[in-house]
Design a protein around this ligand. Structure first.
Ligand SMILES: [Zn+2]
Length: 271
């Protein structure tokens, strides 16, 4: 149960404070809005000075106001708790602790890239380290990573970012995996690592967009650079809302996926 009174309060420059909430325990919250998003927030606790903070400064939010803000305004929703489970792999602890830091740091950025109307990102992620074949996999908010892999490839923190992207994607239902993996590798290599085409080679004679992972990532990057800056965000929105179909590429770009692919491959032949 929450009781909120909406009253006009004050204006600061061009941004409007639109809400004055009164919480049951006497905590007051003022939201100063810029555009559609809450930009600055002040929390007043009884007999204490007001606490001011901006979007993203979730650690400054007084505990009394956290649940309220998260639920009511999606504010701080990019904050994620990351748990570490090395019970089956004590050797992975140090590597895992760094991975926890990277996930916490990258999560808000990933949510921003893959935002969509009404999206509520995960509140908590667990990194499990195990002795197993393969590299890593993600189920819901549980990421499982091979101890053996990180011993052989201790530099491969980008793999954890790739898996974290799957948590943020949160796609349900039937999705072609090449799209899901292509988006994950696009963000990993072209935004997070910024290694780009150097690590995503495409053979113009043999590659197909359904090759997934790096090939699809390179293709998606070309679509973005070809004048469609919001392509990934829009594609993600369709996937998350179970609106993915073969016509998605045409809907978003005015060209079919095969047409786009042929144009992309032509640019690769010229390289
Ligand atoms: Zn993946």
């Amino acid at each position: 149960m929450r009781t909120v009174y909406f009253l006009p309060v004050f204006f600061i420059l061009s941004s409007a404070a639109f809400c004055f909430g009164e919480l049951p325990d006497g905590v007051k919250i003022v939201i100063i809005q810029e555009g559609k998003q809450p930009a600055k927030i002040a929390v007043e606790l009884p007999n204490k000075p007001a606490v001011n903070f901006a979007e993203g400064e979730w650690d400054k939010v007084p505990a009394e106001a956290k649940a309220y803000l998260a639920e009511m305004f999606r504010f701080g929703r990019t904050d994620v708790e990351v748990k570490l489970d090395c019970s089956e792999s004590p050797d992975s602890k140090e590597w895992g602790e760094n991975a926890v830091k990277v996930v916490k740091e990258q999560f808000p950025k990933l949510v921003k890239i893959l935002d969509s109307e009404g999206f509520q990102p995960a509140k908590s992620i667990t990194l499990h380290f195990k002795k197993m074949d393969g590299v890593a996999y993600t189920a819901g908010t549980e990421i499982t990573i091979s101890e053996d892999w990180i011993k052989k490839h201790p530099e491969d923190i980008g793999m954890v970012v790739h898996e974290t992207i799957h948590v943020v994607q949160a796609y349900r239902g039937r999705m072609p995996s090449w799209v899901t993996e292509g988006i994950a590798d696009y963000i990993r290599f072209y935004i997070y690592e910024e290694t780009g085409d150097r690590v995503c080679p495409v053979n113009p004679d043999r590659a197909k967009y359904t090759d997934s992972y790096r090939t699809t990532a390179a293709f998606f990057n070309w679509i973005v650079l070809d004048g469609r800056k919001d392509f990934i965000t829009k594609l993600n929105e369709r996937c998350r809302n179970r609106q993915y179909s073969d016509t998605v590429f045409f809907d978003l770009t005015g060209k079919s996926v095969d047409e786009l692919w042929n144009e992309f491959i032509e640019t690769r032949r010229k390289k």
